[in-house]
Write a protein that binds this ligand. Structure first.
Ligand SMILES: C[S@@+](CC[C@H](N)C(=O)[O-])C[C@H]1O[C@@H](n2cnc3c(N)ncnc32)[C@H](O)[C@@H]1O
Length: 231
């Protein structure tokens, strides 16, 4: 990374990916996103041509076989761009969960075209700790940008799977470099062998749109892992 890029991403007052990727603990995550919440959408999503949420939701919608009243949980919902996309693309109620109260406050402000809140319920919770949401409560789950460097690794997946009913659908976006580094493949193999989930389909997607973005991470890719819990 050249000096200009380093300045742009990490050493100025502007918060960026280098800050996010170097986090070490849940309290680091909370602190960073409490500072970032106000500028996250304009300064990061729009400015950096972030299109990850569209891809994760697109893959979910393409395969989902859910009743219209079955709810979808957006894990690490942040300011709510995934929820907006989900509500635009399907009839399902959407709940959101995030560690950061400041990011959740932005998600709570999101309204659909009829002035209704995008999110039915929002939960402040850490997915690395026990959750009390109830087994099999959801028909589907998406996650965008949360399985990445400095954030959440494969250990959270077992608990998240238990929140979705057997035969439901999870569409989890995982930063591709982090997928290899944190060995998500071995974790998924173990879950498949134990009979917990179907073999994940892995779809490679772009995180940013190179047509509108010009920065060091513009070519970053993610793998969307699509799978269902088994009985
Ligand atoms: C890069 S942001 C992505 C937000 C949103 N999904 C999007 O695509 O714009 C990552 C989000 O994951 C949340 N997060 C990170 N670690 C978490 C954890 N252990 N439990 C719950 N949420 C977490 C952060 O608070 C942040 O809002």
């Amino acid at each position: 990374m050249d000096f200009t890029a380093q300045y742009r991403w990490g050493m100025s007052d502007e918060i960026g990916l280098d800050d996010a990727y170097s986090l070490k603990s849940a309290s680091d995550v909370k602190r960073l996103y409490s500072r970032w919440a106000d500028t996250f959408e304009e300064g990061f999503i729009v400015e950096h041509g972030y299109v990850y949420h569209r891809h994760v939701v697109e893959e979910f919608v393409r395969r989902a076989d859910l009743g219209p009243a079955e709810a979808v949980l957006d894990v690490g919902c942040g300011t709510g761009v995934g929820g907006v996309e989900l509500r635009r693309r399907g009839p399902w109620p959407v709940d959101g969960l995030d560690l950061s109260p400041e990011m959740l406050a932005k998600a709570a402000d999101k309204l659909d075209g009829r002035g209704e809140p995008i999110y039915r319920h929002l939960f402040e919770a850490n997915v690395l700790e026990p959750l009390v949401l109830g087994e099999g409560r959801y028909g589907g789950m998406v996650s965008i940008g949360t399985f990445t460097h400095g954030h959440v690794g494969p250990d959270a997946i077992d608990q998240l799977v238990s929140l979705v009913r057997p035969g439901g659908l999870l569409s989890l976006g995982i930063n591709e470099a982090f997928y290899a580094r944190a060995d998500f493949g071995t974790h998924f193999d173990r879950m498949v062998t134990a009979g917990f989930i179907t073999e994940p389909d892995l779809v490679q997607v772009s995180v940013y749109d190179p047509a509108v973005a010009d920065h060091d991470h513009v070519d970053d890719t993610a793998l969307v892992a699509l799978f269902s819990p088994l009985e």
